[in-house]
Design a protein around this ligand. Structure first.
Ligand code: FES
Length: 156
């Protein structure tokens, strides 16, 4: 595996929360300004975020925005709420199946989170998606203050 694409050790990916990683889209034109995980690197190039979880027994990764209001991040740099194999959006309570991102409850029921390809080798998780380059663990630039663009019912 290409070490520049190593995201984290498998044990670092939580089963009842998410791990946040910053990625750089290979095609900067492919990003949507309305997606809440969109940030900007020091060089001005766009960055996006991925949330990784082991809630489904295997490591899965998705882009860090809800399918209901796409400007809302699932993980605001403190881990998304994950229970019983489902990732919750804390804005309006939508739940997404962690094994594929399908929304099985909530205002965007039937929608699917945008997947990011990852692979496991030698107890580590690697980015396995030609659309992105791995930048670092943690939030995209300007996204790490824990706030969202809209207040949710948890007060965040
Ligand atoms: S913004 Fe996620 S459920 Fe409404």
């Amino acid at each position: 595996m290409d070490e520049s694409r190593r995201i984290a050790g498998v044990e670092e990916v939580p089963e009842e929360s998410t791990l946040l990683a910053t990625l750089r889209p290979v095609d900067s034109e492919a990003v949507d300004e309305g997606e809440g995980d969109l940030g900007e690197g020091e060089d001005g190039a766009p960055e996006v975020e991925a949330v990784l979880t082991r809630a489904a027994g295997e490591v899965r990764a998705f882009r860090n925005y809800c399918q209901h209001w796409t400007d809302v991040r699932l993980d605001k740099d403190d881990g998304a709420f994950v229970r019983n194999g489902e990732v919750f959006c804390q804005k309006h309570g939508a739940t997404f199946e962690a094994d594929g991102g399908y929304c099985n409850f909530g205002p965007c029921e039937g929608a699917v989170l945008e997947s990011v390809g990852v692979a496991v080798a030698d107890d580590a998780v690697y980015l396995d998606d030609d659309a992105y380059e791995f930048v670092r663990l943690g939030p995209s630039a300007g996204k790490g203050d824990g706030s969202g663009s809209r207040i949710d019912f948890t007060g965040n």
